[in-house]
Design a protein around this ligand. Structure first.
Ligand code: CP
Length: 348
């Protein structure tokens, strides 16, 4: 780990294979607009193909010789299940390690040896880890092994959740399909922005959409961190940092709520479970725009009133379903099977 830390950013940058194909999916900064557009189109095509029996059989026959390891060292419901279901849609076989106590890591096996062992049996490692940087470290370790396989970061500590950002952008674009697209929209991100890896990854991807504005609304102690703010400055993004919430609701085209990420509390510093003044409640619906997209990466607590669930502007259940399609698209892109999907689509 210390050897890895000492590398330059360039040396740590192992995202692409030799033919220029995306290989590892580690964090949002590695993507570009062309990639985002391709995944958007591909996700829509996979959804459409899967609607017919013939299409779903085609998808299931696409990658049956592939095997994926779901290595989840932190709790997960939807990321785990959506990746697993995406694999099932594409015929990919899966295995998982979700409990550190049943891994030989408890016998002292190193993280690197664990990852290399997975690469002996699988074609992908989809990993969630409580510590930042471990997805990059795993990619680096495999790039220097005789059997490099892609690492897909399914959430790394407080840092990044790039596949969530991909599905969030997809959901935003779908929501604004009949309202002029995502360009030019005002997106309100609210809650624990300091430790919320979803909003950190999403903020970076939104910079690819000209004219969008971000309102970063949080309690003072959970303000968006400086590294993301510097990134937004570098990209000349229009943004506002605010410790108010309700006053921004009428101007938002999308509201992205997040919960307090108290799993990252340190022993001495326990945070509040929720902040009532950063909660979206049914009584706020009347001041929202008619086309406002209400989103949440889930799971939620009090910050998002369940009385909102049946409002047509609530997109969070769709958002979690979109995760399955977007992750399937990503896996076909990484392996080059997207070309077969495109060719099948153009023939029907
Ligand atoms: N959005 C998300 O990461 O949810 P899970 O923790 O349930 O995977």
């Amino acid at each position: 780990w210390s050897d890895f830390q000492a590398l330059s950013p360039e040396e740590k940058k192992p995202y692409f294979s030799e033919n220029g194909q995306l290989f590892h999916c580690l964090h949002s900064q590695q993507f570009d607009r062309e990639f985002i557009d391709h995944i958007y189109k591909l996700t829509n095509i996979i959804r459409s193909i899967s609607k017919s029996k013939k299409g779903s059989l085609f998808l299931q026959g696409l990658m049956p010789h592939y095997k994926a390891m779901l290595y989840f060292m932190q709790p997960s419901t939807r990321t785990y299940l959506s990746f697993r279901t995406a694999c099932q849609i594409l015929g990919i076989q899966t295995s998982d390690v979700r409990d550190a106590s049943i891994s030989s890591e408890v016998k002292g096996e190193t993280f690197e040896d664990t990852i290399r062992t997975f690469s002996s049996y699988f074609n992908f490692i989809i990993m969630r880890h409580p510590k930042e940087g471990y997805a990059e470290q795993a990619a680096y370790c495999l790039n220097n092994s005789e059997r490099p396989i892609p690492i897909l970061n399914a959430g790394s500590g407080k840092d990044q959740h790039p596949t969530q950002a991909i599905l969030d952008i997809y959901t935003l674009r779908r929501s604004f399909e009949h309202y002029g697209g995502l360009e030019g929209k005002t997106i309100l991100l609210a809650g624990d922005l300091l430790r919320g890896r979803t909003v950190r990854s999403l903020s970076k991807l939104i910079t690819f959409f000209p004219g969008t504005k971000l309102i970063l609304s949080s309690p003072e102690k959970f303000k968006m961190a400086e590294d993301v703010i510097s990134f937004l400055d570098e990209k000349q993004m229009d943004y506002e940092v605010s410790n108010e919430f309700i006053k921004h609701l009428p101007e938002a085209d999308a509201i992205y709520m997040t919960r307090v990420q108290d799993e990252h509390d340190t022993g001495s510093d326990k945070s509040e479970k929720s902040f009532p003044e950063f909660s979206l409640r049914a009584e706020h619906l009347s001041i929202l725009k008619e086309h406002c997209a209400i989103m949440h990466p889930l799971p939620r607590r009090e910050e998002l009133d369940s009385a909102i669930d049946n409002d047509p502007r609530a997109k969070y259940w769709r958002q979690e379903r979109n995760g399955m399609w977007a992750r399937a698209a990503l896996m076909t892109h990484i392996t080059g099977y997207d070309k077969k999907i495109m060719s099948y689509w153009s023939d029907i």
